[in-house]
Ligand binder design. Structure first.
Ligand code: F6P
Length: 326
């Protein structure tokens, strides 16, 4: 069968930083897409693969046994070439060459901006939010966030065991270049004495040293300080805490282990429901949408509108974290 005689043809790609649950989303795009009568093509390495025409037809069995795996079977990339107007045009041309009626983009805000640019070149796109940072304005939830929180929680629990034994302060850097959602949630979940977010200015005396000394005076003997990656200077902060307070202080940078691991139930279910919503949009001959979770409902938002939506750190959570670590 030639391209022209095909039923609706959709591509699916994962782009940007990987997130646990991306495989569950790929699986659900493929299975629900085929269920709806589409041909589904996996595009390897995100937009880089689209630029190179690196795609293959997927079938029901292409996505067997992948849901429990972290990462993405399609692999991912941050394409420099695609990030130019010429790159976007070339990618759109490739989508046309392969007669793709739509592309499902699974990724974060950078990937969504790429999808929006493709839509301006006539490619129909549907975006599924997946990033451990949960920093996409249009949706309450992004795939991978819950798994990352649990990974960080497990790591900090372990660090806390040794901080207790040695009566130390542990400074833990968690991911979040521009967003403090992982840091703040784990500060509450692990009872951190201080938590520093990229969204807020901070001063070491008032935001770290005073809370630690206050806690010491109220009878605490070990302390957890969480720093979001975007704040920077984690090692220096640890050094200063030790110098100023005299408390033995160790720093741990959790790094990319936060991006891996088998997705939690929450991430598998969110990924499956978002992906099914994405193919529903396409089955209705609609498109250029972002799939979002709002008040526990899955909805489709216009991509131009969704991309401009903002999300803010919840001040109540900041206050709660401080209050409960007294
Ligand atoms: O996926 C989001 C994120 O984890 C950020 O929090 C982090 O700053 C970034 O990705 C790092 O990604 P990479 O090292 O793959 O460029």
């Amino acid at each position: 069968m030639g391209y022209k005689d095909s039923p609706k043809r959709i591509g699916v790609l994962t782009s940007g930083g990987d997130a646990p649950g991306m495989n569950a989303a790929i699986r659900a795009v493929v299975r629900s897409g085929i269920y709806r009568g589409f041909q589904v093509f996996g595009i390897r390495r995100g937009y880089e693969g689209l630029l190179n025409g690196d795609l293959y037809e997927m079938n029901l069995r292409s996505v067997s046994d992948i849901m429990s795996r972290g990462g993405t079977i399609l692999q991912t990339a941050r394409s420099k070439v695609f990030n130019t107007p010429e790159g976007v045009k070339r990618a759109a041309r490739m989508a046309e060459m392969f007669k793709l009626d739509a592309i499902v983009v699974i990724g974060g805000d950078g990937s969504f901006r790429g999808a929006r640019d493709l839509s301006k070149e006539g490619v129909n796109v549907v975006c599924i939010p997946a990033t451990i940072d949960n920093d996409i304005g249009s949706t309450d939830y992004t795939i991978g966030f819950d798994t990352a929180l649990n990974t960080v929680k497990d790591a900090i629990d372990k660090i806390k065991d040794t901080a207790f034994s040695h009566e130390r302060c542990s400074v833990v850097e968690v991911m979040g270049r521009g967003a403090g959602y992982i840091a703040l949630n784990c500060a509450i979940a692990d009872g951190a004495e201080a938590c520093i977010l990229p969204e807020k200015e901070f001063h070491i005396d008032t935001d770290i040293i005073q809370p630690i000394i206050g806690c010491r005076n109220r009878g605490k003997h070990h302390y957890i300080v969480i720093i979001a990656e975007g704040v920077g200077g984690t090692m220096e902060i640890a050094k200063q805490i030790e110098e100023i307070t005299g408390i033995s202080t160790k720093a741990t940078i959790l790094g990319h282990l936060q991006r891996g691991g088998s997705p939690t139930v929450k991430d598998r279910v969110a990924a499956s429901l978002m992906a099914v919503k994405a193919t529903e949009v396409l089955a209705n001959n609609d498109g250029n949408k972002i799939i979002a979770m709002k008040n526990e409902q899955y909805i489709a938002i216009d991509i131009d509108e969704g991309i401009n939506m903002k999300k803010y750190i919840d001040e109540t959570m900041i206050e709660t974290s401080k209050m409960l670590s007294l």
